[in-house]
Design a protein around this ligand. Structure first.
Ligand code: FES
Ligand code: FES
Length: 166
């Protein structure tokens, strides 16, 4: 049996009929074609599937699509602005080399985005605690922490150099 399920993802409406067991991550990737959200484990361990649900970071492999019915979802595709300018957190990862293979990166970006919304100036300890549920096999986390610190220090994104026209 399928249930009509609709939600706004990155401000766009998606309405599909899905089985009640369909996970939100599969709804996002397979029904809506937004493959920026990754599946690393499917067992709530790695955080690669993290998205924002009504502004809160959730592991989308732990949420049923029907539980997100009539709610707002933000995925990594929704972070940059319409002109493709990176959000401060994305820019931080670029500036501080916060990724290697990139598999964990969408989840890291979403978790960090939620953190900075709640705590715009987190301590290093708070950043590490917040990203505890997001695993990275490549970076050793140091550059990821620095990337989030960069975003906290540059809430408007890339600083414009003196003499550079906007
Ligand atoms: Fe969801 Fe790993 S795929 S936590
Ligand atoms: Fe490869 Fe994090 S950059 S898993």
């Amino acid at each position: 049996m399928s249930y009509p399920t609709s939600m706004a993802i990155n401000g766009k409406s998606y309405a599909k009929s899905v089985e009640p067991r369909t996970l939100l991550v599969h709804f996002i990737r397979e029904e809506c074609g937004l493959t920026g959200t990754h599946v690393g484990c499917d067992t709530s361990n790695c955080g690669a599937c993290t998205v924002l649900l009504d502004g809160d970071a959730v592991k989308s492999c732990t949420v049923l699509a029907v539980q997100a019915n009539n709610r707002q979802v933000t995925t990594v595709e929704g972070l940059a602005n319409e002109d493709g300018v990176f959000s401060p957190v994305q820019e931080g990862f670029r500036q501080e080399h916060g990724l290697q293979c990139g598999y964990c990166t969408p989840g890291m970006l979403m978790a960090a985005t939620a953190l900075l919304k709640e705590t715009p100036k987190p301590t290093e300890e708070e950043i590490r605690q917040n990203l505890e549920g997001n695993l990275c096999r490549c970076t050793g986390y140091e550059m990821i922490v620095r990337s989030v610190q960069w975003a906290a220090d540059n809430p408007d994104g890339v600083p414009v150099a003196i003499g550079e026209s906007s």
